[in-house]
Design a binder for this molecule. Sequence first.
Ligand code: AMP
Ligand code: GLY
Length: 420
Amino acid sequence: MKIAILGSGGREHALALKISKSPKLNKLYCIPGNAGTSNIAENVNLDINNFIELNKFVDGHNIDLLVVGPEKPLVDGIVDFFEKKNIKIFGPRKKSARLEGSKIFTKKICEKYKIPTAKFGIFEKKNEAIEFLYNSKMPIVIKADVLASGKGVFVCNDFASAKKSIIKIFDGEFGRDHKVLIEEFLEGDEMSYFIISDGENFKSFNTAQDHKRVGEGDVGKNTGGMGAYSPSGLINEELEIKIINKIIKPTLKAIREINDEYKGFLYAGLMIKNNEPYLIEYNVRMGDPECQTILPLLKSDLLDIIISCCEKKLDKNNIEWHNKKSLCVVLCSKGYPENYKKNIEIPNISELNQDRNNIIYHAGTKIENDKIYAIGGRVLNFVSISDEFKNSRNQAMESIKKLNWKNGFFRSDIGYKIIN
Ligand code: AMP
Ligand code: GLY
């Protein structure tokens, strides 16, 4: 088969590397890809949000299947667009992608199907939203109803910062759709739970915990993710049954009742308290860096699983996992998540040892005249698997220190809650 993966991050390099091992693959393209994917696929420099241009490429190269990495094209309806042209594409349609595109859409589903989640209110007027704060307990969570890569979420400890966040949203910092979601602050421990679904059947696709804050000890600004580990230390059989029955199944039912079917990865961001799950948010894709962390644990052929999803035969597919601990440390450009320099060379990557248990996935990199340059905030993902999280972290840190990239920084405490 001829496959094209859409996206350019660490998640897409991880998908590409796994798919590249499949005996069902004939030719792999990454659009646009990065320096890492250029070693295992042909990179094609196209804008994945321009469906017309993509279609010209897909037609001209007889692509059999498109695999979509990031959320934006999904929320914008890329799956509907290519399905109309009879091209196989793995991911949810526009209607279902609202689970990530609109937090209010998801909250309304939670309300209707009694899915456990934080209590919430939806406000369309600035004054009413601020008024509501007077009788609210702190901390409180203020959210813009847009796709803002986590930037539209404010966990506020006091009235003044909550009011400031509301004003920011109504002043249009996240676009012109002036609606605000105010949520009760949930206490507990976070966990990411993944499924893969073919529209009728679904299977668990493992668990992970990421570290979103830039600083060690989970302090500082939010980022796309500074590292992750898998599986989550919180998961157990009883909890998984609750997640499936109270959260996943009612959501898939809700999607059917709006006349759609959910095909693709679904990522549930959960808060766990006393072994009870509460839904914080949905993402309609794999997480980044959770994908890089989870895929090295997958024993089965990923391409085979994805094809069975596109053919509604996931129930015939047995997904097997290595019983190991995976941990990912993200190497970032100094200054991230704020301003950082671009086009800085990363020497010596090729000298680092990589094997089945130690993988380096590229994210914001490009290759030019055989040299590798950092062009993004998150640059490389060092993933190691072993029998203990501590050893996995040591292995990952060993490589990252060996690389000794002068323009980089990383968190050395990934997994601290489960390691210490
Ligand atoms: P979201 O983009 O909705 O996942 O929110 C980003 C992060 O904000 C989450 O990963 C949580 O750490 C935090 N968060 C969001 N909503 C809540 C909530 N209701 N209670 C506590 N923390 C929250
Ligand atoms: N790591 C968080 C995300 O992918 O949304």
